[in-house]
Design a protein around this ligand. Structure first.
Ligand code: ARG
Ligand code: ZN
Length: 865
């Protein structure tokens, strides 16, 4: 057998690792930057004038980051020089004095920029994306987040093609030239790092409004899109105003410029970007109307608009000292947007959704070869560290500190942080120190959450003897790459005991800080046998193992007063039954069916909550519970329980489904009713009922909104009914000119539970509308397929080979997006030897691909290790 460790091909480039411990302050500062863009898709000329000052006493030359571009000219204090050199993609200029003015001229080609980093073309417009290291692809600059500069920007462009010219800050002046070109100047008074630079040139229409801040200033708001999309910007604009008001109320943060612009573009590597005063968005997080966007899309748009807006303080006014501190802005800002969304509707349902997302994306990451701490120690390519760990686990850390401090003190602590670090590039440590100081708490041990990777596991068991109830808690932090020995962490666990007979609470809710390997709590004089409700509200991002019986879990699923714990009890009950089912034991079905029945019948519950509670855990989450994932057995187990639930509760599903149709409105209540209806439809279909396809198809054709239409389509996409093809065709033809909806068409097919999904996806990559060049499209088909556990892990390895082929092709265009699609191949340790060998073989093939990017090399080689 091949020794894979030794056969690892070397990448074309030397692997260079950046380490947190190597941080050194910048040798030169750039208090002021003047950028002059002569814009053209084929050749854009960028003239950058940097005022530079020596930072401390040293004799190192000025080093400016670039990305292979040749300077057309270099000028120091107005005199052309030629004693510069290029070293490791840096322009090195010897300087004698302590302050100089450096001018460089470069030419770049936005229309050839398929990486979508730096200045690029999208849909005929020009736009930028600079985080994390895209600015160096535009011009020579110390492209690191701790060099803050005031930017003045001038853009010149063809007026007919690019009538709108936008940049950060405030507009200063504009004018026409006589050759059909025009120019505009923008000025950003706030010093910022280069990753927050942005410009947009294009043919765009605007939806305008104003917002009056808490101190009475008027801010001009604008959302810029293609003229045809203008009607789809109302929801985003409303969300922006709600976010601005919320940040004033919740955190005392006021907006600080006279204008705030958002531009939507179709080609974008991720969700959106918080450039100062000029946010640039993936159009899927802006455009919505009831006919084309689902409730999920509406929620996501509000959350991302809020997220980027909140970055104005947690990101722009206070940025990161280095990229190891990324969670300082991202974890905190995700926490802020989660809290915002919780305030807009059902906080309980929002918490359930957030935990479900954490478990789907972050827990597997933390348990696999790419596990890293919230504050990593090293990276090869920083783009690979925009992860669920940095973002979502990072948000959980902030949430735990908020829990430890309580709301009033947490607010005092964030006030202190905003005040003390305003205008600086800060660290995670700075944030924690503010929490500690304002909260008067010692967070020494808590800091392990920043440095130790891996999801802690807690075991909890309750025993009774002679009228005393004893709760034993123990923690274990698993080994992760590079971290063989772990220390005990501080786990804030909210818990409460309920009486097994009466259903009454036997104790208050209390917050237990488990900070030892194990601890014992004793409860005296409880009137009856107690049932444990633990990690209520998901107070700690941990995995809890208990010895609670199906009866106890069923009891909590009916009686727990904490909605999250109630949901969690149901999930655990389902999970236990599904795991047993994967081994052929279906005895657990009855308890699940009874608990689901009672949940559906409970008139006091919010339909949105019911819809979440009755949903079975995903196939991949079931897989995460098993030592070895057997995708077929898991699929069969889950489908078996779905069918049993569908058949045994047929009347209840139909009752939930048959609620009177109402005209579409986007409100938390209407959203919850739609969600429950589509879950009910799914169960009716799972039961095998003869009328299921007819029901789904008539919902599909009668729907006055995308939520119901796509819900019906997803149900049909799983079926063998004739209506399946018909619905897919109608959907495709109706939305042929709407790329965001066509993404749904691809994605729905890639997520299908049908046995032929792998073959269908292999066919769909040849569809004329499929392209790897658009990240949304690539993710809709390739990303969704790789998330479909059964289809992706086909026993013949075809899914692995397919993903590897697509990744290798995509890497040539867009390494960052390719690297993001790789992690499913790294889960080989979780599978049987045959699958594991095939996954490894594909990873090796990727590593050996000629001209591989460092983005994909890092992900693939770490996944093999
Ligand atoms: N800062 C952006 C946000 O709001 C995301 C930037 C992602 N950059 C990257 N290279 N992946 O979350
Ligand atoms: Zn962010």
């Amino acid at each position: 057998m091949l020794d894979v460790q030794n056969s690892l091909a070397q990448p074309a480039h030397a692997v260079s690792v950046t380490r947190r411990e190597d941080y050194a302050p910048p040798a030169w500062l750039v208090p002021h930057t003047q950028l002059d863009f002569d814009l053209d898709p084929a050749t854009t000329r960028v003239t950058a004038t940097l005022s530079v000052t020596r930072n401390g006493a040293h004799d190192t030359p000025l080093r400016l980051d670039g990305a292979g571009q040749q300077p057309v000219s270099v000028t120091v204090d107005g005199v052309a020089v030629n004693d510069w050199r290029i070293e490791d993609d840096q322009l090195v200029i010897p300087l004698a004095g302590d302050a100089h003015e450096i001018e460089t001229v470069v030419e770049i080609a936005p229309e050839r920029n398929t990486q979508l980093m730096g200045l690029y073309a999208s849909g005929g417009n020009l736009c930028t994306q600079c985080e994390a290291e895209g600015f160096r692809r535009i011009t020579w600059f110390p492209d690191r987040p701790d060099v803050l500069s005031r930017y003045a920007v001038r853009m010149t462009a063809d007026k007919a093609r690019y009538p709108i010219l936008l940049a950060n800050g405030d507009p200063v002046a504009q004018g026409d030239l006589d050759d059909g070109r025009h120019w505009a100047e923008w000025n950003d008074p706030y010093p910022k790092p280069s990753y927050l630079f942005a410009l947009v040139a294009g043919d765009l229409a605007v939806n305008r409004d104003t917002f009056t801040t808490m101190s009475g200033r008027t801010v001009e708001l604008g959302i810029w899109v293609r003229a045809a999309d203008l009607a789809k910007t109302e929801h985003a604009l409303a969300a922006l105003k709600t976010s601005m008001a919320w940040d004033e109320r919740a955190y005392g943060r006021e907006y600080d410029l006279d204008v705030f612009n958002i531009v939507a573009v179709d080609d974008f590597n991720f969700g959106a970007m918080e450039n100062k005063g000029l946010n640039i968005f993936n159009s899927r997080y802006i455009l919505a109307d009831p006919d084309t966007a689902t409730d999920y899309d509406y929620d996501a748009i509000a959350a991302v608009v809020a997220h980027e807006y909140f970055h104005n303080w947690s990101g722009d006014r206070i940025t990161c000292r280095d990229w190891f501190q990324l969670s300082l802005k991202e974890g905190f800002t995700v926490y802020r947007d989660q809290s915002f969304s919780a305030d807009q509707g059902s906080a309980a349902v929002k918490r359930i959704e957030d935990v479900r997302g954490l478990r789907a994306a972050q827990f597997p990451e933390d348990a696999g070869p790419l596990a890293h701490p919230v504050r990593p120690d090293s990276y090869q390519e920083i783009s690979n560290f925009y992860t669920a760990t940095i973002y979502n686990k990072g948000a959980e850390l902030i949430r735990m500190m908020a829990t430890l401090l309580g709301p009033v003190t947490f607010r005092a602590a964030t006030d202190l942080y905003f005040e003390r670090f305003d205008g600086t590039a800060a660290t995670c440590e700075d944030f924690v120190a503010c929490m500690e100081e304002a909260g008067d708490v010692d967070l020494t041990q808590f800091r392990l959450w920043y440095s130790q990777a891996g999801t802690p596991r807690v075991s909890a068991s309750l025993t009774e003897r002679d009228g005393r109830t004893t709760l034993r808690l123990a923690q274990h932090v698993p080994t992760t790459p590079g971290q063989p020995d772990k220390r005990s962490m501080v786990l804030p666990l909210k818990l409460r005991l309920f009486g097994a007979e009466s259903g009454r609470a036997l104790t208050d809710e209390r917050l237990v800080l488990l900070d030892q390997p194990s601890e014992t709590l004793v409860f005296e004089g409880l009137a009856e046998r107690a049932v444990l409700s633990i990690n209520r509200g998901f107070s700690a991002p941990v995995i809890v193992e208990t010895d609670r019986t199906a009866a106890d879990l069923g009891f909590l699923a009916r009686h727990d007063d904490d909605p999250f714990a109630r949901y969690e009890a149901m999930q655990q009950l389902m999970l236990d039954s599904l795991v047993a089912g994967a081994m052929g034991d279906t005895a657990g079905h009855d308890a699940v069916i009874a608990a689901v029945s009672d949940t559906l019948a409970n008139p006091d519950l919010d339909p949105a909550f019911v819809a979440e509670a009755v949903l079975l855990p995903s196939e991949s989450f079931i897989g995460d519970q098993l030592a070895t994932v057997d995708p077929e057995a898991i699929h069969a187990s889950r489908e078996g329980l779905r069918r049993a639930l569908g058949q045994r509760l047929d009347d209840q599903w139909r009752e939930a489904y048959d609620i009177a149709p109402e005209a579409y409105v986007y409100s938390p209540q209407a959203k919850g009713r739609r969600r429950l209806r589509s879950v009910a439809l799914g169960y009716i279909a799972a039961s095998g009922a003869g009328d299921a396809a007819t029901l789904a198809f008539s919902q599909f054709t009668a729907a006055d909104n995308m939520t119901d239409r796509q819900g019906a389509l997803a149900t049909l996409a799983n079926s063998d009914a004739d209506e399946r093809e018909a619905a897919l065709d109608i959907f495709y033809n109706r939305y042929a000119d709407n790329s965001l909806v066509i993404d749904k068409w691809f994605q729905t097919q890639a997520l299908s539970s049908r046995a032929d999904t792998g073959a269908a996806v292999a066919e769909l990559v040849r569809h004329p509308d499929f392209t790897l060049a658009n990240p949304n499209r690539a993710r809709a088909l390739i990303g969704a397929f790789a998330a479909n556990q059964r289809a992706f892990n086909a026993a013949d390895g075809s899914g692995y080979r397919f993903l590897a082929d697509q990744l290798i092709a995509l890497d040539k265009l867009n390494p960052q997006t390719a690297a993001k699609l790789l992690p499913p191949l790294g889960r080989w340790r979780r599978f049987d030897p045959a699958r594991a060998a095939m996954m490894r073989a594909e990873l090796e093939r990727i590593v050996a691909a000629p001209g591989l990017s460092k983005d994909v090399f890092e992900q693939a080689s770490k996944s093999l290790a």
